[in-house]
Design a protein around this ligand. Structure first.
Ligand code: IVH
Length: 684
């Protein structure tokens, strides 16, 4: 029976952390340091673990995720989630206004204008002030229950903090990935050699349907709320409802405005046409709603949408042009990106010749075919995109068949289940992959050899002087000086002969020499192991310390590192399975590159269990298995899955299998109880 103090402490921490969370994410203020916040969260987590029955439904520990949803249940909406009629023309907006005026007879009315957020619609159900359910729009009638994932969105209250609120109500709004977060995510994907995500909206949609809510939590989604629904609600106008949402501490975008007539609506529209681009979320228009709820009822609905609201959509700058062909680019990790080759067309002040088609799914979705006229748009993103096919202009075109072999080396392409991107698996023999990896290796965040540009790399590669990164350090001044090679202009396709001048040759050799002191995490990042971006490289290096440790680590050992998942572990293991990679690493090591953390860093690490090999088995009372593994590793120990002659200790929890014990005894392995293990690490 927990003492009342425990319950009080859990309540106190829950309320305090929820309040701090609100202040931080919505008011941009903070009353405590990040460290204090984390300490309180940790304390709450451990109290909840000890007393799960006292964990509250609005516990902030849910924000960090950790639940797995295998299938999302279908839930019927109590109130259907309708769509909005939309228009791109001011005339049609005036027509809408006339219809409203006619529908309401001689009564006066006003509008409430909001921006149209381009995210994923969500409906949140609150009962007794607690967030009970979050459901996607789905087909409008029924959607998916994504409650656990939505609970990770920090600006969505898990419990209403205000005193008065309707006993049961629904709030609707738009979940989105802030533009900055999206850019960061794509930046780290580019670093890890992964294919880029198309846009924040699709990424939000995909994220909400992820099985692991801790991954969702790491994606930093946000949400703007814009409508309140329920029986016998107090507010009689939409503006009052918005005010109530604000009072209940929902995140309402401060971009709305009450407009007394359609002229004021037009002003709002033109004012936000440019200003909207500085918002954290992409917006594609304005939603105007008749403000008064009784008048809304009077106007009613058509089959699909309300007669009291309409969306005005801003025109994206677009053009129509001919699709001449599709080329396929091969990235350094073998990821294939289809590129639309367009009849050059003027768009927003620049001539556009190419547009990304992202992947095979996108081509399938658009059903775009060579010889089609396509609509090209320049939205928020820099690279223009194809938004559709002008079917009326379609001649006798054939459905496009995605390539099944690498356009560069002819190897059969692979596509992992559930992934949109095709890959060329010929890691070591496909020229753009090899060249791409060399370019990556010398880049600023890796070995930082700025004198060696991509063109020189191409030249050295075409001359056979380098076949992979392992060959770089064998280059001599004599190899480079006066070396002539052909260079092709990527835009015009013209070729010219270039030669390396004496000074450049000298600089390259010096820069190569200097790069030998670059730290191990940069070197590891430079190897272009798929999914190993800079941050992952840092984590692996901090844990494994030397290339040998990493090279010999099993899949299980790699995933036991904090924040390293299956995909990365599999990729690392595969990398070291390839003898050519082992050869490259050896060559680089012989050349004198750093393949271990330098000794200054190493002494800061705790090495209580250094060199000791552990096997853990059974269930533990004070720590779970994964955390125990991590603890052993953080103290310098090694964890293996089976007992062998090399095992030093077997940590035995409850229900340990007899076979393990027998094997341990046979091998002279010391068997430690949980208590003995704790003593061992505290004693030292
Ligand atoms: S009100 C019955 N307000 O647009 C009208 N919707 O086409 C309910 N949307 O599914 C919607 N911003 O996902 C409303 N300020 C806003 C909006 C908005 C974006 C989306 C929403 C809805 C779609 C309707």
């Amino acid at each position: 029976m927990p003492s009342p103090e425990v319950k009080n402490r859990i309540d106190e921490l829950t309320d305090r952390l929820n309040r701090l969370n609100y202040l931080y994410y919505q008011e941009s203020t903070s009353e405590v340091s990040d460290y204090e916040f984390d300490q309180m969260l940790k304390e709450l987590e451990s109290l909840e673990k000890e007393h799960p029955e006292l964990k509250r439904e609005d516990s902030p520990t849910q924000r960090v995720g950790g639940t797995i949803t295998k299938t999302f249940n279908t839930v019927y909406h109590k109130y259907p989630m309708l769509s909005l009629g939309n228009t791109y023309s001011k005339e049609e907006l005036s027509d809408f206004d006339q219809r409203v005026a006619k529908g309401l007879g001689s009564n006066d009315y006003e509008y409430f204008c909001e921006l149209k957020f381009d995210g994923v619609a969500i409906s949140l159900l609150y009962e007794d002030g607690i967030l009970k359910q979050a459901v996607t729009r789905g087909d409008g009638e029924k959607g998916d229950d994504v409650t656990n994932n939505v609970k990770t969105i920090r600006s969505i209250p898990l419990k209403i903090a205000a005193k008065d609120y309707p006993p049961v109500f629904e709030v609707r709004g738009e979940v989105f990935m802030p533009k900055k977060v999206f850019e960061e995510l794509n930046k780290s994907r580019a670093e890890a050699g992964e294919a880029l995500l198309a846009n924040p909206r699709n990424t939000t949609s995909g994220t909400l349907k992820m099985q692991d809510s801790s991954v969702v939590a790491s994606r930093n989604l946000d949400c703007f709320l814009y409508s309140l629904l329920g029986e016998n609600l107090e507010p009689k106008t939409h503006s009052d409802a918005i005010q109530l949402l604000e009072k209940l501490q929902f995140n309402v975008s401060q971009t709305y405005r009450k407009c007394k007539d359609i002229e004021e609506v037009f002003e709002y529209i033109s004012e936000w046409d440019q200003k909207r681009h500085v918002l954290p979320v992409e917006t594609d228009g304005v939603v105007l709603k008749v403000n008064n709820s009784d008048q809304q009822k009077e106007l009613g609905f058509t089959a699909k949408s309300p007669r009291w609201a309409i969306a005005y959509k801003y025109k994206a700058e677009g053009a129509v042009t001919l699709l001449n062909g599709i080329t396929y680019q091969v990235g350094r990790t073998g990821a294939i990106t289809p590129v639309a080759e367009l009849q050059p067309v003027l768009l927003a002040g620049t001539t556009v010749k190419r547009a990304s088609l992202h992947n095979a799914n996108e081509i399938e979705r658009l059903d775009v075919r060579i010889g089609d006229y396509v609509a090209v748009e320049k939205g928020g993103e820099i690279i223009p995109k194809i938004t559709g096919v002008i079917l009326e202009k379609r001649a006798d075109t054939k459905k496009l068949k995605y390539i099944d072999r690498c356009p560069e080396c002819g190897t059969e392409l692979e596509r992992k289940e559930g992934e949109a991107v095709h890959y060329c698996p010929n890691f070591t023999g496909c020229p753009p992959q090899v060249r791409g990896r060399i370019e990556h290796f010398i880049s600023r965040n890796a070995m930082d050899i700025s004198n060696l540009g991509p063109n020189t790399i191409r030249g050295l590669y075409s001359k056979g002087l380098i076949k992979n990164i392992g060959d770089l350090y064998s280059l001599t001044f004599e190899d480079l000086n006066e070396l002539k090679f052909e260079e092709t202009d990527p835009v015009t396709g013209d070729t010219k002969v270039r030669s390396i001048k004496e000074k450049t040759a000298r600089n390259i050799v010096d820069a190569l020499e200097k790069s030998k002191s670059i730290p191990f995490d940069n070197v590891l990042f430079g190897l272009s192991i798929r999914y190993v971006g800079k941050t992952v490289a840092e984590k692996l290096v901090a844990h494994f310390k030397t290339i040998e440790q990493l090279q010999n680590a099993s899949f299980d050992e790699i995933i036991s590192v904090h924040e390293i998942g299956d995909r990365i572990a599999e990729s690392v293991v595969n990398y070291f399975k390839d003898p050519e990679n082992i050869q490259i690493v050896k060559k680089l090591k012989d050349a004198g590159l750093n393949f271990e953390v330098n000794s200054e860093d190493a002494t800061e690490q705790n090495d209580t269990l250094a060199g000791k090999s552990f096997v853990i088995s059974g269930v533990f009372e004070t720590i779970d298995r994964e955390d125990l593994k991590k603890l052993i590793k953080s103290l310098g120990g090694k964890v293996s899955s089976s007992v062998s002659g090399n095992t030093d200790f077997l940590v035995a929890g409850e229900n340990m299998g007899p076979a393990k014990r027998e094997k341990a005894e046979k091998n002279g392995v010391t068997i430690l109880s949980e208590k003995e293990f704790n003593e061992l690490i505290n004693r030292k």
